[in-house]
Ligand binder design. Sequence first.
Ligand code: AMP
Length: 296
Amino acid sequence: MTKPIDTVRNVIALRQRIATWRSAGETIGLVPTMGALHEGHVALVSLARKHAQRVVVSIFVNPTQFAANEDLSRYPRDEAGDLTTLAAARADLVWAPGVQEMYGPGFATLIQPSGSALGLEGDIRPQHFAGVATVCGKLFNQVAPDVAVFGEKDYQQLCVLRQLVRDLDVPLEIVALPTVREADGLARSSRNRYLSAAERSLAPALFREITYIASGVSRLIGAKKPGLDASAVIKRLCDAAAVALIASGFAKVDYVAVRDAATLGPVTTSGPEAKTRVLAAVWLGATRLIDNVTVA
Ligand code: AMP
């Protein structure tokens, strides 16, 4: 039987574990999660292990990144299952604070990101990235890791956190993991367990549509036709994908967009460094799915 994983719930105990490793000269990797772990999270732990000698996984369903009308109360929670998963994945420590430990009495400080936090998720969920940036800022200070590992699944979050680390001189490296998918292309997500069987069979259409847009944009950038209005072609591709998703049974499209992969601003098709990303957020019944792909 796998040994139960060491789990701490207050900052003092966390810092004691970290100090022991630091005094032995060991490096530390952090994998922040909200629990309800799946293979994507396990792959983050494996990647963290490649970059650091000790791996800390945080499990904290962060209330400040959910708006009042969102799914905080029904967000899936399975701590016992998560601890078993993380023991098998050979993480070293689970940091699982309660809300009171994370946000003590009188808590009143927020990190308010701008730049890549604006638009896309930022339009639909206006407080979301302040909540994400604040909790990740706290996790970075609590654990003081050498590396923190995040998934490309939440691509805008990844951009926001890279920006936070740069802007606030946080002494750690952010490492990104490409999205882990089901065999049919659906990005693994804790929220997939909300999908009915009928919704689950429709869900891979999201990945198919954004992949189709990515190949269209790739051809467009490759063609380099003078006088061609790239933004008009991109808009047509995104609009057509939204129409196709609704026609196939999706309830709502929050956005389908093509953006500069670093800034999440408008696409820059010139220059060898210019990279492009297709991002989308849609609803299948009462479940919100997000996904994104690179333009090769
Ligand atoms: P979550 O617990 O879903 O908020 O996510 C915790 C971390 O896991 C974030 O860095 C996510 O981007 C990452 N993650 C979630 N799903 C996937 C996936 N399918 N592939 C790669 N990373 C993921």
